[in-house]
Unconditional design. Sequence first.
Lengths: 255, 194
Amino acid sequence: MAAETEAQGLTFHPMDQFKVGPLFGDALSAFSITNVTLWMAVAVLCVIVLFVLGTAKRSVVPGRMQSIAELAYGFVYKMVEDVTGHDGVKYFPYIFTLFIFIAFSNFLGLLPGAFTTTSHVAVTAVMAVMVFLFVTILGFAKNGLHFLGLFWVSSAPLALRPILAVIELISYFVRPVSHSIRLAGNMMAGHAVIKVFAAFAPLVLFSAVGYAVTPLSILAIVAMYALEILVAFIQAYVFTILTCVYLRDALHPGH
Amino acid sequence: MANTTTTATDVAEGTAEAVGHAADAAGHAAESAGMPQLDFSTFPNQIFWLLVTLVVLYFILAKIALPRLAGILADRQGRITSDLEMAARLKDQAQEAEKAYQQALVDARTEAGKIVAAARAEIQADLDKATAKADAEIAARAAESAKRIDEIRAGAVASVSDVAKDTAEAIVAALGGKADAKSVAAAVAARMKG
């Protein structure tokens, strides 16, 4: 199929947008400046503009930027407080950092030509493993061996408990996998689909069928883009609230 | 392997050689299959920059932005609370002022009533005094008048008897008699007693 469409002049490279490469020179080491570096730096800059410069005036009646910063603060703060309870609030800065990084990366990735750092499993897995390790260590530190009560479902019949414990244990260790792949997969899939539709858009230049296909594909791109804006926020929200849920399990393993 | 993947970008080739990682072969294969996400040669770079970014973000947010936002929100909350308190206090004050005003109004009214009553009583007293004085004066005048009338009456009776005497003497003289003054006077007096 690829050969066929390329013969017509269409090129399908939906995954090219996810390529990591150095910006200067050819060598790629752990420390070389890549498009990953660039877009993470852009995210940091945006955070500085919104959260540091935007709140510099400390107005009692906030302007636009300060309103957005306050909304984000209130949104995540309320989430942490509602899900983890009052003793989870001291981990709020960590959770807020994760949320802001993911949200900004997702939204910046929607700019045409941008690189979406959160579409890479390497990035999301590191964050998920960080959450997993933090929560597990915190669980044992706070509750000692009582933390294992998380796997011992005391409301179930005694005979079922060992089986449930195995299932709970597996699901606990699958957490970082689902946590990371959910975010990376969503970001990658949406962007790839947009790119596929985009590849159909120039068909009008090569074939009469294009008069029907090109408007349709442009319409589809617009619709997907709108959906992706939603997904960008929802995935940041989902990652954050799952982090809060895991944190609650660590703080209150007895349910 | 290398021959089959020559269609892959030269950049990836160069990268693979430069890094010389054990995972490169697998990553390379995955990349040629179309998943840059599974190109393990890029993992160290991504992870390094992610950690740098997260640390930088954490310090920006936790040290600057979040305390500032918390301060702004607390300030606003405090401002709203104090404003509400002040509004409540002012309302109380206004109510007190209104109460005081109403009280003053009532006081003024009773005071005015008192003054009116006092004035009325004073006027009444004056009036009574004046009336009594006038009555006394009238009584005195009346008594004086009565005395004068009595005097006049007495004077008139005396004059009448004199005139009657003179007239009787004249009549008697005119009739040719010779009137004795003593008998005429006695006759007149007797007549006048009537």
